[in-house]
Design a protein around this ligand. Structure first.
Ligand SMILES: O=P(O)(O)OC[C@H]1O[C@H](O)[C@H](O)[C@@H](O)[C@@H]1O
Length: 383
C-alpha cells in the first residue's frame, strides 16, 4: 500500500515547480532572448540613424542614404495645380487665408508676383518684360546660379534663371509641404549644362507664403564626385512708388564693390542709401536685416537673410543706352533691386554636401522711423 506522508506532498509540489522553472528557462532562452536581442539592435540602429540625422542637419549636409530613408517615410503632399497662361509658361499660384497670393513660374523657378491681402502688387515687373524662354524675365524674384553677374565664364547671372524647373517631390530634409501656400521646385544639371559647367548638382527652391511674408529657401546639393564652388543671388525686384523717395537702411558703414567702377572696393559713408542716379553695388558681409523704406507709399520692405552674406543694390536709372531693352523708359522710377547674395566668398561644396540659404521678405504698412529696423517697433511701438 502506498503511503503518502505530509512531507511527500512538498516533494510532489517541488517537482512541479522544477518543471515550470525548466520550461521557463527553455522558453526564455529560445524565444524571449532572441526577441530581446532583436529589439535591442533595432533600437540601437534607430538611435544611430536619428543622431546621424541630427548631426548631418546641423552641418547643413545631407548624405544620400539618409535622404533616401527620409524619402521612404515622407508624408504624401497635396498636389499643386500648374496653370498655363496666355504666354504659355507653366505657373503655380500660391494663396493663403488672409488673401495674399504669389505666382511662381517653372521657367527660372521665378516668383513673378506677390500680392498682399489688399491685392496690391509688391514686386516690380517690367512693362516690357519678355515672357519667352531663353531670356530671363525682367522682374519678380529671379535666381542667379551658379554664377553671379559676369564673375565667371558662364552667361551673365548663370543659367538657372533660363531653365525649366520641375516640382520637387522629395524636398528632404525639409518636411514636405501639404498646402496651397508653399511650393518646392528643383533644377538638376542637364546634359547641355554639364558641357558648359561640368558639375552635377541639384538646386532646390522652397517658396512659402504667409500673411505679409514671402519666404524663399534655396538649396544646392553637390551630386558630383568632385568638389565645386558657386556664387548665388536672389534678385528681388521690389515695387516702389518713386525711387527718389526710397531709402535703404542696414548697409551703412559697410564695404562694397562698385560695379560701375570696375568692382573697386569702397566704404559706404552715407547713413542710408538714397537714389538720384544709377547704382550697382555689392555690399559685403551685411547684417541679416535690411529695410527698404518707401516714404510715399508709407510701406517698408524688410529683407531678412541667412547663408547669403552679401547684398546687391541696383537701379539702372534713365541711362537709355545702358538700360536693358526689356525695361520701359520710366520703369526705373518704380523699382529697386535689393538682392540676397553670396558673391565675395564663393560657396564650396564637397560631394554629397548641401548648402542652404534663407530669405524672408515682409512688409510693414506704416510710416517708418529711421533707425528702427525692427518692424515690431513700427507696428506695435515696442521699445
Ligand atoms: O540684365 P540682367 O542680366 O538681368 O542684370 C541686371 C542687373 O543685375 C544685378 O543687379 C547686377 O548687379 C547688375 O549689374 C545687372 O545689370
Amino acid at each position: 500500500m502506498l503511503k503518502c506522508g505530509f512531507f511527500d506532498c512538498f516533494a510532489y509540489i517541488d517537482c512541479y515547480y522544477f518543471c515550470y522553472y525548466y520550461m521557463f528557462v527553455l522558453v526564455f532562452h529560445y524565444y524571449c532572448l532572441p526577441l530581446l536581442v532583436f529589439f535591442f539592435f533595432l533600437f540601437l540602429e534607430w538611435g544611430i540613424f536619428l543622431v546621424g540625422l541630427q548631426l548631418e542637419w546641423k552641418k547643413g549636409k545631407v548624405s544620400p542614404i539618409l535622404s533616401g530613408l527620409r524619402a521612404s517615410f515622407k508624408l504624401k503632399s497635396m498636389p499643386l495645380s500648374i496653370y498655363h497662361d496666355a504666354d504659355g509658361l507653366p505657373r503655380i499660384i500660391l494663396s493663403e487665408p488672409s488673401g495674399s497670393s504669389a505666382e511662381v513660374l517653372l521657367y527660372g523657378g521665378q516668383v513673378v508676383s506677390w500680392k498682399n491681402e489688399r491685392r496690391e502688387e509688391l514686386l516690380f515687373m517690367s512693362s516690357k518684360a519678355v515672357w519667352k524662354p531663353r531670356k530671363a524675365i525682367r522682374g519678380g524674384i529671379s535666381v542667379c546660379f551658379p554664377q553671379f553677374g559676369n564673375l565667371g565664364l558662364l552667361e551673365k547671372h548663370g543659367f538657372a534663371r533660363n531653365r525649366l524647373w520641375s516640382l520637387d517631390s522629395d524636398p528632404s530634409p525639409l518636411p514636405p509641404v501639404n498646402n496651397q501656400s508653399s511650393v518646392d521646385l528643383i533644377l538638376k544639371s542637364s546634359e547641355d549644362d554639364l558641357k558648359t559647367w561640368p558639375r552635377s548638382f541639384e538646386l532646390r527652391l522652397r517658396i512659402s507664403l504667409s500673411p505679409r511674408k514671402l519666404t524663399l529657401i534655396p538649396r544646392v546639393r553637390n551630386t558630383d564626385s568632385k568638389a565645386f564652388s558657386f556664387t548665388v543671388a536672389l534678385c528681388n525686384y521690389l515695387s516702389v512708388s518713386d525711387i527718389s523717395e526710397v531709402r535703404v537702411e542696414g548697409l551703412e558703414t559697410l564695404d562694397y564693390f562698385d560695379n560701375l567702377m570696375h568692382r573697386e572696393r569702397f566704404t559706404e559713408q552715407a547713413d542710408a542709401i538714397t537714389f538720384d542716379a544709377e547704382i550697382d553695388r555689392v555690399y559685403l558681409s551685411t547684417p541679416r536685416k535690411i529695410a527698404i523704406i518707401d516714404h510715399e507709399k508709407k510701406r517698408t520692405f524688410v529683407l531678412r537673410k541667412d547663408g547669403m552674406p552679401d547684398a546687391v543694390v541696383w537701379n539702372p536709372w534713365d541711362k537709355k543706352t545702358k538700360a536693358p531693352k526689356d525695361l520701359g523708359d520710366e520703369d526705373y522710377k518704380t523699382m529697386i533691386c535689393v538682392d540676397s547674395a553670396a558673391i565675395e566668398f564663393p560657396i564650396v561644396l564637397k560631394p554629397f554636401e548641401e548648402w542652404k540659404g534663407h530669405q524672408e521678405l515682409s512688409t510693414v504698412s506704416s510710416s517708418y522711423c529711421s533707425g528702427q529696423l525692427d518692424p515690431r517697433k513700427v507696428l506695435y511701438g515696442f521699445q
